[in-house]
Design a protein around this ligand. Structure first.
Ligand SMILES: [Zn+2]
Ligand SMILES: [Zn+2]
Length: 103
């Protein structure tokens, strides 16, 4: 997973604007402070460099992922139902000789 560095100097605009820097950048071009790996979501310095998100945001994302999966299943079922209805309507209009409403 791609990680980002950020300035963690509270006085710095790069911190306030949560500017993300590439891993190869060592120092903040704005204030000269050493850049730290920061959470992609909340821009907090990471205690553990092995992930792109802090533990808090990881947990949050996991929750969201779980929800998205649930919604995906629900949407899939709805789509199937809608497709079934549409197919039924199509075949009905094929067999019935529907008047076109002329005159
Ligand atoms: Zn800075
Ligand atoms: Zn975070």
């Amino acid at each position: 997973m791609k990680r980002y560095k950020g300035c963690i100097n509270p006085e710095c605009d790069a911190f306030k604007e949560q500017t993300k820097y590439k891993e190869e950048n060592l120092y903040c071009p704005n204030c000269g402070c050493k850049l730290e790996y920061v959470c992609k979501d909340c821009h907090k310095a990471l205690e553990d460099d092995s992930d792109a998100f802090c533990k808090h945001c990881l947990a949050k994302r996991h929750d969201r992922f779980q929800k998205v999966k649930d919604i995906g299943v629900a949407v899939g079922t709805t789509l199937l139902a809608v497709a079934g209805t549409a197919a039924a309507m199509l075949s009905a209009s094929d067999t019935e000789d529907t008047p076109k409403g002329e005159k």
